[in-house]
Design a protein. Sequence first.
Length: 592
Amino acid sequence: MEKRGFWKTIYEYSKKYQRNLVTAVLFSLLTGIAVAVQPLIIKYIVDDGIQNTAVEPDMRIKIAVFYCLIYVGVCIFRMSMWAIGYRNMLQGLEGFLFRIRSEFFDHIQTLCMRFYDHTSSGELFNYIMGSPTANLKNFLQQFSMNVPYQTVALVISLSAMLSYDWLLTIVMLLIVIVSILLNHHSRKKIKKLSGDLLQSESEASKYIGDVLHGSRAIKMYAIEDDIYTNFEKYMSTLKNKGVSLSFTQWVENAKPEFTQNFGTALIYFVGAFSCIYRGLTVGELVAFVSSMGIILNSLNLWFNVNLIRSNAEAGLERITTVLNIQTTTPEKTEHLRDIEIEKEKAKRNQTPCIAFHDVSFGYDNRKILEHFNCKMEYNHSYGLVGASGSGKSTITKLIMRLYEVESGEIKIHNRNIKDFSLHDLRKSIGIVPQDPFMFQGSIIENIRIACPQAGMLEIMKAMETARVHEFVNELPNGWNTIVGEDGYGISGGQKQRIAIARAILGKPDILIFDEATSALDNVSEKYIQSAMEELMKTHTVIMIAHRLTTVKNVDEIFVFDQGKIVQRGNFNELSQREGLFQDMLNMNAEDE
């Protein structure tokens, strides 16, 4: 998304709903005509009816009734026009919000993990459903409906006022000029305070999101008091800035309000003088004051909209800042390769399934891999072992393009992974992470998420392979048992077996097990090990393991140390050879 101004951005997102918004504006203008005409009728009720001594009382009452009926008719017309315009405005406005929320949500899905490393889910939720979009909605609602009718009402009222008395009109225009100058100064002050409040709200949302996500950890470590203290600090900051913004808005609104009240008193004084000495009729003065009320109301609305716009600009600026972030894993738009065709060609040519060529990569300022090289063959199994931070999990993230390499290239099926769409690449890889995420829903829904179109027979087979059915049958509702947020209600081992079934169901070519058996008891581990060994015959399997017995039966083990493979071989070879693997094996034996 290119950087655009406030109005251009609004226009781009509302193009699809222009018909609704134009209709809303047109009917708002018709409403404005009716609003302006209503007080003008008062002149005729007073001058031609009530005070018209040239005709009989019965005729005066008939004239008054006639104009009163016209007044009611204009009122009905005004309300009808407003209702039609308001409905169209709502359709256009909700469409606008739908589009900006959808594009924002879609955009953040395309961003790589570097973005998520520095941005919390609570902060992103606030962008979509919090103050930024709420401020935009408030501004656009006021602008599309109130500004048009108030503008046309102001023009008609001002024209009528000029026809009544030029002196009163000049006094009224002086009041308007002073009010405009005060509002211009207010807008700058409100925009700054609004931006500060949104920043504090974003930080608070980020903190609250993390706290709610980690509620179980908070209880386990008994840090509720510390968490509450920090929460109070965030809320106190929000409270103080919210009070400051709201009170400042009131003060800034009070300035033109006082000016207008002082001006109204001045208008009455000049009006009284004009009625006594300059021949102004009472009906004209009443109509003038009523029309002036419309103009002052219009100004108040414009001033309010102007202040609301400051909030909306601050919110839209935060949204567009995220929309302008470019992913570090961009997809090619043309010449994408079909991953199935390339796989068959690579197998025929006996090229490796996965190959790292001179790859360098780091997180922020921390280098992990430097000039890394590695090859993995089809239908072979590989164990990746080493200390935490040595690069084991990093290479699996790079294979899936969750992060982009800094230099070098990674090939799958003898093609650079950038030659495949991200969807096809990641669908061809099944991963079972150390702490698999469980979505709110039933167990079967959590498994089916990898392949929504899968039939029950396929799901049952995946569940059987992963030994899910062994614990599912003991649950009250079987596979329809609802799993709480992030797997609440089931054990860590059960979560991992669900994740294994999920990975199998996607029918990937490559399977990655990242400490997949770390949370399993000995019996469950035995079953899963058996299932994984079965999968090794038909898949390229990568196992990241801390427990070395997990990789006992893989074809080849890579021993990592500080981003380099320092040893490689099968379990028996490495266990007999002096080096890091043997040291790790001895440490494992001591731990057990």
